[in-house]
Design a binder for this molecule. Structure first.
Ligand code: F6P
Length: 341
C-alpha cells in the first residue's frame, strides 16, 4: 500500500511520535510505502511531499513539533480544493491518507472523506477538547509545562505579595486550566465553559489576603469570559480561519483585580511554550498507539474513521461523530477543583 501522512493545525508534542509509529508499522510490518505532505493540507493541495522511510523518522520519537511542518488552511480554500486533492491522491497512487490534527483538521478530514477519499484520522490537541476520545496526546505535556510554570510563579508571587494571573491555552474549554490549576494548587480558576463574575473573583482573592496569605495565583484559560454585563470585556473578533482572536484575559483581569483589591496584580501569558518541546512519556505512548492503530485501520479499509482512546483501549470512531461537538469540562469536575468560579 501507499500511505500519505500529514500534520495540520496548531502543532502539539507527540506529532512526531505518530509519524514515526505510522512509518514503523507500515514500512516494517506491512511493507508499505509512506510519504509525508509538507505543512498540512497545503502539502496535499500543492502536491508537496517527501518520502518517509525509516531513516527519515530516526530519532524523532522525543522531538516536539512536527518534522512535516504544519499550517492552517481556510475552510473555503479546502472546499474549493477537493478535486485538486483527489487528483493528487490518484496521481501519487495513494491508498490512504492519515491526517493528524485537531478540531479544524478533523472537519477537513471529514469533508475529504465524504467526497470519497480514503481517510483515517488521528486526533491531536493540547486543548484535549475532542469529544470522542478520553484524551488527546499533547495534553499531558501541556499540563506539565503549565504546572511547572505555576509552581515557579507561586514562589515569586509570594516574595512580592502579588496576584499573578496566569493565562493558559484553551480556546473553547478549560481542561489545561483545570488540570494545571489543580495540580499546582491555584487559588482561583476561570474557564470558557463558565462565564465568571469579576466581583466573585475579587472577593475570593481578597478573602485570601484577609486570611493573612501574602499572594494569590489565578489561572485563566485564554477563552474565559465574564458573565455578560459584569465587566468591560474586549472581544478580539475573528481571524481568517474563523478562530476567535483573544484580547488577553489575563491582562484584563489583572487590571480589574488590582483596582478592586489594591494589591499589585500582574499577567503572565504562557502561550506557545505549552505546545513546544519534548512530549511526556504518556504522550509518546498514546501517540505511538494511535499511529499503529491508524495503519491497521487503513489495512482493514476502515475509512472515514479516526483513532480514539476509550479507557485503556484504542478504538475507531467515525469522523462525523468526532467533529459533532467539543468535549467541554463537565460541571462535577469543576466542583472537585473547588477553586473554579
Ligand atoms: O488549538 C490549540 C491551540 O493551542 C489553542 O489553545 C490556541 O488558542 C491555538 O492553538 C493557538 O494557535 P496559533 O498557534 O495558530 O496561534
Amino acid at each position: 500500500m501507499r500511505i500519505g501522512v500529514l500534520t495540520s493545525g496548531g502543532d502539539c508534542p507527540g506529532l512526531n511520535a505518530v509519524i514515526r509509529s505510522v512509518v514503523h508499522r507500515a514500512v516494517v510490518d506491512h511493507g508499505d510505502e509512506v510519504i509525508g505532505f509538507r505543512d498540512g493540507w497545503k502539502g496535499l493541495l500543492e502536491c508537496d511531499y517527501l518520502k518517509l522511510d525509516l531513516d527519515a523518522v530516526g530519532g524523532i520519537l522525543a522531538r516536539g513539533g512536527t518534522i512535516l511542518g504544519s499550517s492552517r488552511v481556510q475552510p473555503s480554500h479546502l472546499r474549493d480544493g477537493v478535486d485538486r486533492a483527489r487528483g493528487h491522491v490518484e496521481e501519487l497512487g495513494l491508498d490512504a491518507i492519515i491526517p493528524i490534527g485537531g478540531e479544524g483538521t478533523l472537519k477537513a478530514a471529514r469533508l475529504l472523506s465524504d467526497s470519497g477519499l480514503p481517510i483515517v484520522g488521528v486526533p491531536k490537541t493540547i486543548d484535549n477538547d475532542i469529544a470522542v476520545t478520553d484524551v488527546t496526546f499533547g495534553f499531558d505535556t501541556a499540563v506539565g509545562v503549565a504546572t511547572d510554570a505555576l509552581d515557579r510563579l507561586k514562589t515569586t508571587a509570594e516574595s512580592h505579595q502579588r496576584v499573578l494571573v496566569v493565562e493558559v491555552m484553551g480556546r473553547h474549554t478549560g481542561w489545561i486550566a483545570l488540570h494545571s490549576g489543580m495540580a499546582a494548587g491555584a487559588h482561583a480558576i476561570v474557564v470558557p465553559e463558565r462565564p465568571f463574575d469579576i466581583e466573585e473573583l475579587a472577593t475570593r482573592v481578597g478573602e485570601r489576603f484577609e486570611a493573612g496569605k501574602r499572594f494569590a495565583i489565578v489561572v485563566a484559560a485564554e477563552g474565559a469570559k465574564p458573565r455578560p454585563g459584569t465587566m468591560e470585556f474586549d472581544e478580539g473578533g475573528k481571524d481568517v480561519y474563523g478562530h476567535e482572536r483573544f484580547a488577553g484575559i489575563a491582562r484584563q483581569l489583572s487590571i480589574e483585580l488590582e483596582e478592586r483589591l489594591g494589591k499589585e496584580a500582574r499577567p503572565v501569558i504562557l502561550g506557545h511554550v505549552q505546545r513546544g518541546g519534548t512530549p511526556t512519556a504518556y504522550d509518546r505512548v498514546l501517540a505511538t498507539r494511535f499511529g499503529w492503530h491508524a495503519v491497521e485501520a487503513v489495512h482493514r479499509g476502515e475509512f472515514g474513521r479516526m483513532t480514539a482512546l476509550r479507557g485503556t483501549d484504542i478504538v475507531m470512531v467515525s469522523l462525523a461523530e468526532a467533529v459533532e461537538t467539543l468535549k467541554t469540562v463537565p460541571a462535577d469536575r469543576y466542583a472537585e477543583a473547588e477553586c473554579v468560579l
